[in-house]
Structures are given as structure tokens and as C-alpha cells.
Design a protein around this ligand. Structure first.
Ligand SMILES: Cc1ncc(COP(=O)(O)O)c(C=O)c1O
Length: 393
């Protein structure tokens, strides 16, 4: 090997960075020049971690909780998560089935590592959360993108499972509420999908990271209320406002506990101790009251931004009822100078100081004509952003 040539695996090289990181870097450069940028590209709550969680973290640190925990997590936290399924969804779950992980990211790596055999396929929605296809690639499986449309609420359906499943397919992974579209699968949809996947003899993995951030009257629940064999990915990042604490969880069927234990020991040793102690306060009534107030604020922002973007001329084909994202068709704003969502995002950033995420980050299907807005800013800033965009046209 020539001395200055990097020797990087195909596994790692094929993984692409987030396009939004370019936007973020440009936004930071503009801010350094004194420009005021409205950040609607950021996929994390603007709120601080709720005070009771922070206090529990400080107390744990002072009490010297700085050592490893078991690989599957603190028994008390695993029990608290299992209790949450009982109190919140009426689903009874043994704490043994709860695997505490470094974020949903850790849970996704474990589930892909344990379930996706080399060269086997996982069905993923396009548009969808970009890291999933990279996790599949990292474990040398194959990500099978399934184009999803607004008519199907940007989600996989029984028909698409049937159409895309072949002898190489072993699992389907989806998110509800979804990123980037904010759409939610109903109890009925989950039931139908679970059956379609069972009929193929495959695994059903549902990423429920945006659970808790659901608005209006949506008849949905955790997939575990319907299918006890499903794998559930979740996290303290979004609803609980703990992105930087790097803590999530995975619920697995009983026979898969020991493989997860083995993988977790080797890949991470254990989830972060301090964060686990802090998260024990996440399910306390005082914290849940704060989180409910925040959910209501997100809902107000969602409604504000939905009407403002629609008035501006963006086409929102499936009303988002979860997470904190609006996925909009921006075709009306494309022209010779800004032929796709990527160049449009750059134009909006440079000319209006509004940062958004182009569709390319979420796949290929419709990517060039769609943009994701995150309402992780106060309503006044959301309205100001839309006014600035409006002034460009
Ligand atoms: C759908 C989805 N899954 C998983 C993650 C990873 O979250 P974390 O590792 O912070 O829990 C994200 C983050 O944006 C996401 O949107």
C-alpha cells in the first residue's frame, strides 16, 4: 500500500455523511460573520433536559456513581422502563426484556447486528431515517429501500412488504412517528404490518423514538400491544429531552436477551452510568407534567408552521401528527437557478438565513423535491423564518 493512501474498509467508505452537516457548517460560518440564522434543520428539542432529571444526574455524580453498570443496564432502570409500558400502554413486560443502550443508535446497532445476516435484506422506508441503511451496510447486510408515498402516510404497507420481500429478506424496520415525515401508524396499520411480516417469517422492528410526541386524536400504541414478538427501539433523546445523555433502549423477545447481552458487553461494555441514574427520574410524575407541557407547545408550533408553510406555497401532502418535523414538497420553488432541494436549501440559508434539511438526507425517492422543517424553535422564530422566505418571492 502506498504510504499516504488511506486503507479504509468498503464497509466504512460506503457510508455517507449527513448533507445537513454541510448546511450546518455554512450556517455556522454565516453566524460567525454576524448573520442571524433560524435553525429549522436541527432534529433535537430546543428545551433543556427537565430539571428533575438533571437533579438526579447531579446527585448520582456526587454520590460517586461513576462505575460501569451491567451491560444490559441498571436493573432499577430496566424495571422502570418495563413499568412505563404497563402504566402508559397497559402492556405487561418483564424487565428482563429491556436492554438499555447508548441512545436509540446503540439499540439499532444491536438489533441489526443480531438479526441481519450478511447479504440478507432489511426493508426500509424511503424517505426514512438515514442511519438505518448505514447500520445495515456496517453489518454487511443489504438495505432494501421501499419508496413510500403520502397516500400511504409515507409508511410501509402490507402490499409493499409483499412486493419487496424476497428470499434474501429477513426483516423490516420502520419508525412511527417517522423521521422526516412525522406520520404515525395506527393500531390497525401496525396489526396489518405485523401479520404481513409474520406471513413472510421475518422480524418486525419498530423505532418508537418519537413516541410521546403525538398530537391530536391518533389511535396508536406501541407495537408490543399488538405483537409480542416485535423488537422495539426507543430512546430518552426526543420526548424526554436527553439527546446529549446518549441513552435509549431496546425491547426484545425473551430468546434474544442473551445475544443482546453478549453484543452489548462487547460493543459498549455498558450504557452511560450517570445518564442511567438521571433517567430514573424520567418517569416521575413531576417530569411527566413538564414533558406534557412541552408536547402541547410542540403541537402549537406544528399548527403554526403548518399553516404558515401552506400559505407560503409549500405542499404538505400528509399532515404530520407526530415527532417535530414537517416534510414538504418544494417543487413550486424550484427553477433553473435552484433546480433541487439541496440548492434551494442553500439559497434559503444564504439569502434568508433560514436553515432546513434537504430531502437527500432521507433517501432518493422524491428527495430532490422535498425539504424537512424541524419545529424545534419558538413559534415567533418559526413565523419569522416563513416571513423571511416569503420576502424572497
Ligand atoms: C428515527 C430515529 N431513530 C433513531 C435516532 C437516534 O437517536 P438517539 O441515538 O439520539 O437516541 C434518531 C435521531 O434523530 C431518529 O430520528
Amino acid at each position: 500500500m502506498p504510504k499516504n493512501k488511506l486503507d479504509i474498509t468498503k464497509r466504512a467508505e460506503g457510508i455517507s455523511p449527513f448533507h445537513v452537516m454541510n448546511i450546518l457548517a455554512q450556517a455556522k460560518a454565516l453566524e460567525a460573520q454576524g448573520r442571524d440564522i433560524i435553525h429549522l434543520e436541527v432534529g433535537e428539542p430546543d428545551f433543556m433536559t427537565p430539571e428533575p432529571i438533571v437533579e438526579a444526574g447531579i446527585a448520582a455524580l456526587k454520590a460517586g456513581q461513576t462505575h460501569y453498570t451491567p451491560a444490559l443496564g441498571l436493573p432499577k432502570l430496566r424495571q422502570a422502563i418495563a413499568d412505563w409500558y404497563q402504566s402508559h400502554y397497559g402492556v405487561s413486560l418483564s424487565a428482563e426484556r429491556v436492554v438499555v443502550t447508548p441512545g436509540a443508535s446503540g439499540a439499532l446497532l444491536l438489533v441489526m447486528g443480531a438479526l441481519l445476516e450478511r447479504d440478507k435484506k432489511v426493508l426500509l422506508a424511503d424517505p426514512g431515517y438515514p442511519c438505518n441503511r448505514h447500520f445495515a451496510q456496517f453489518v454487511e447486510g443489504q438495505a432494501q429501500s421501499v419508496p413510500v408515498t403520502a397516500e400511504d402516510g409515507y409508511q410501509l404497507t402490507a402490499d409493499s412488504i409483499l412486493k419487496y420481500w424476497d428470499s434474501q429478506t429477513s426483516m423490516a424496520l420502520l419508525a412511527s412517528p417517522a423521521n422526516p415525515t412525522g406520520t404515525v401508524l395506527s393500531r390497525h396499520d401496525l396489526t396489518v404490518l405485523s401479520k404481513a411480516i409474520k406471513d413472510q417469517g421475518g422480524h418486525f422492528v419498530v423505532d418508537e423514538i418519537y413516541h410521546g410526541l403525538i398530537y391530536g386524536d391518533v389511535d396508536t400504541t406501541t407495537v408490543l400491544a399488538i405483537d409480542d414478538d416485535a423488537f422495539v427501539v426507543n430512546s430518552f433523546s426526543k420526548f424526554f429531552g436527553m439527546t446529549g445523555w446518549r441513552l435509549g433502549w431496546l425491547i426484545v423477545p425473551e430468546p434474544y436477551i442473551s445475544v443482546m447481552d453478549k453484543l452489548a458487553q462487547n460493543l459498549f461494555l455498558a450504557p452511560p452510568t450517570l445518564s442511567q441514574h438521571a433517567a430514573l427520574a424520567a418517569f416521575e410524575p413531576e417530569t411527566l407534567t413538564i414533558l406534557e407541557q412541552r408536547r402541547q407547545l410542540f403541537d402549537q408550533r406544528r399548527q403554526t408552521l403548518l399553516s404558515a408553510l401552506t400559505a407560503l406555497g409549500l405542499d404538505i401532502k400528509a399532515v404530520p401528527v407526530g415527532a417535530f418535523y414537517i416534510y414538504a414538497d418544494c417543487s413550486r420553488f424550484l427553477n433553473a437557478a435552484q433546480p433541487d432541494s439541496m440548492s434551494l436549501s442553500q439559497f434559503w440559508l444564504q439569502e434568508a438565513g433560514v436553515a432546513v434539511t434537504p430531502g437527500n438526507d432521507f433517501g432518493e425517492f422524491g428527495a430532490k423535491t422535498h425539504i424537512r422543517f424541524a419545529y424545534t424553535r419558538e413559534s415567533t422564530r418559526l413565523l419569522e423564518a416563513v416571513e423571511r422566505l416569503s420576502a424572497l418571492y
